[in-house]
Design a protein around this ligand. Structure first.
Ligand SMILES: C[S@@+](CC[C@H](N)C(=O)[O-])C[C@H]1O[C@@H](n2cnc3c(N)ncnc32)[C@H](O)[C@@H]1O
Length: 225
């Protein structure tokens, strides 16, 4: 069971992923719990502002420390949780990081918005994560990507626990090609070995194809291997 607490200005953005399919079932089966906290509610300002213009001038608005600090400290057991700030300046998110996070009991995710956040917010967290070298409008999509990818590594979340270990990036390899019915689609047929019934040969073919695909598309993964 992992508890996720997510600090966000837009909690309704999470409805889609939490109310459908695999994550919905994981919540119902008490394998994960996701609580959303709108830190605007912690603003003590008259108009519930959570941001202000940057010191020194410049474009955009910067998220202020107090609402995020107070929201974070309102979360039960926050002192023992793994606190993550979503930022394009963080360490890059990969399957290895997802695996590392799947061992935690309690994860707190802080979603930025607007131009960014007051630098001092960095001192509230244990970790900073980026989902890639591009800029999103907020940390909600990265938080959802983390909740989704970590949750599916928790035993029992996927219907077939066998499928996660053969996914791409396991053992630094891409997954081999997959086929299903019909055998012949517009003249494109399924490799004969897959219908041979010879499981040793099928296994060998899959390993070779996985290696070949990784070499062609992601040679960098083989360096890690
Ligand atoms: C428009 S971005 C601000 C980017 C900031 N001005 C900078 O250059 O680092 C607003 C927020 O979206 C989130 N965000 C944007 N891109 C992200 C990424 N690649 N990974 C993680 N979070 C991201 C962060 O929480 C960020 O504070």
């Amino acid at each position: 069971m992992i508890n996720f607490d997510c600090l966000t200005l837009f909690p309704e953005m999470f409805n889609g992923i939490l109310e459908d399919s695999i994550l919905k079932r994981a919540i119902e089966n008490n394998l994960i719990e996701v609580k959303l906290h709108n830190f605007r509610e912690f603003s003590t300002l008259k108009h519930k502002n959570v941001d202000d213009s940057p010191y020194g001038g410049g474009a955009g608005m910067v998220l202020m420390c107090p609402p995020i600090y107070d929201c974070l400290h309102s979360i039960e057991n926050n002192e023992n949780a793994h606190k993550i700030l979503l930022t394009p300046q963080g360490r890059k998110y990969t399957q290895d990081v997802a695996k590392e996070l799947s061992k935690k009991d309690h994860i707190i995710l802080i979603c930025g918005h607007y131009e960014g956040f007051d630098e001092r917010i960095r001192s509230f967290v244990d970790d900073e994560i980026s989902v890639g070298d591009y800029i999103l409008t907020g940390g909600e999509i990265p938080a959802m990507a983390i909740i989704d990818s970590v949750s599916r590594l928790i035993p029992g979340v996927l219907h077939n626990d066998e499928s996660a270990p053969t996914d791409s990036f396991e053992n630094n390899l891409l997954e081999c090609p997959q086929y299903t019915k019909p055998f012949d689609f517009m003249g494109m047929t399924v490799p004969e070995v897959l219908v041979s019934g010879n499981h040793q040969e099928i296994d060998k073919w899959r390993k070779e194809e996985s290696l070949k695909r990784t070499k062609e598309r992601r040679n960098d993964l083989l360096d890690k291997k």
